[in-house]
Design a protein around this ligand. Structure first.
Ligand SMILES: NC(=O)c1ccc[n+]([C@@H]2O[C@H](COP(=O)([O-])OP(=O)(O)OC[C@H]3O[C@@H](n4cnc5c(N)ncnc54)[C@H](O)[C@@H]3O)[C@@H](O)[C@H]2O)c1
Length: 183
C-alpha cells in the first residue's frame, strides 16, 4: 500500500517507519526541511527504540521524507500526525491540523481514485466536522474524488511504541485502518 504520513514527529515518524517495516511504501511529509533531511539520511531526529534500525533498513527503499505534499495524490492512505500543542487557556491549538488538511485537500482535488484520510493527531471532539471535513474532505469532493475519513485513538508508552506498532494488529491505529479498508 502507498501511504503518506503528514508530520514527521514522534507520532508520524514512528508510525511511518513501522509501516515501511511492514512492507508499505511510505512518504513522511514535514514542513521542517532539517527533519526531512535527517530522515532521508537515515538519522532519526528523535529517540525511539528500534527507530534507527527501521530507518537504516527502509530509507531510500520503502521510506522517504519530503517537504512536498505531492505524494498524497498518489497514496492509498494518508495519516495526519501534526502537532496539537496547548494554547494558554488549555485548549488545543488546531492551526497545524487545519494547515495540513488544506494541503491534503488540495492534493485530493487532483485525483479521482479512492483514498482514506486518517486523523491521528489528538484533537477535541467536533474537529472532524469543524475543520477536517470542510478543509480536506469537502474540498476534495468538489472534484468528485472519493475519500473517507477516520479518527484513531492511541494509548501506548512512548518508549515502546515502535515495537507495539509493528507487532500488535489490535493496536488502535492498526485496527481502525484495517477495519476501514476491509469494511
Ligand atoms: N507523541 C505521542 O506519543 C503521540 C501519540 C499519539 C498521538 N499523538 C498526537 O499526534 C500529534 C503529533 O504529536 P507528536 O508528538 O508527533 O508532535 P511533534 O511536535 O513531535 O511532531 C509534529 C510534526 O508535525 C510537523 N508539522 C507541523 N505542521 C505541519 C504541516 N502543516 N504539514 C506537515 N508537517 C507539519 C512538525 O514540523 C513536526 O515535525 C499530536 O496531536 C499528539 O497529541 C502523539
Amino acid at each position: 500500500m502507498k501511504i503518506s504520513v503528514i508530520g514527521g514527529g514522534y507520532a508520524g515518524l514512528v508510525t511511518g517507519a513501522c509501516l515501511s517495516g511492514l512492507g508499505h511504501a511510505v512518504t513522511i511529509v514535514d514542513v521542517d526541511p532539517a527533519k526531512v533531511q535527517m530522515i532521508n539520511a537515515k538519522k532519526p531526529p528523535i529517540y525511539e527504540e528500534q527507530l534507527e534500525d527501521l530507518l537504516q533498513k527502509n530509507c531510500g527503499d520503502r521510506l522517504c521524507a519530503s517537504t512536498s505534499y505531492e505524494s498524497v495524490s498518489n497514496s492509498d492512505l494518508t495519516f495526519i500526525c501534526v502537532g496539537t500543542p496547548s494554547n494558554s487557556d488549555g485548549s488545543a491549538n488546531l492551526a497545524y491540523v487545519k494547515s495540513a488538511c488544506i494541503s491534503v485537500g488540495k492534493e485530493l482535488k487532483k485525483i479521482l481514485n479512492y483514498q482514506v484520510v486518517v486523523v491521528k493527531s489528538t484533537v477535541p471532539t467536533g474537529t472532524t466536522e469543524r475543520i477536517v471535513c470542510p478543509w480536506c474532505y469537502n474540498l476534495a469532493r468538489k472534484r468528485q474524488a472519493r475519500s473517507d475519513l477516520q479518527q484513531t485513538l492511541s494509548f501506548y508508552r512512548r518508549d515502546r511504541r515502535s515495537r507495539i506498532s509493528c507487532t500488535r494488529t489490535g493496536s488502535s491505529s492498526g485496527a481502525s485502518m484495517t477495519g476501514h479498508l476491509t469494511g
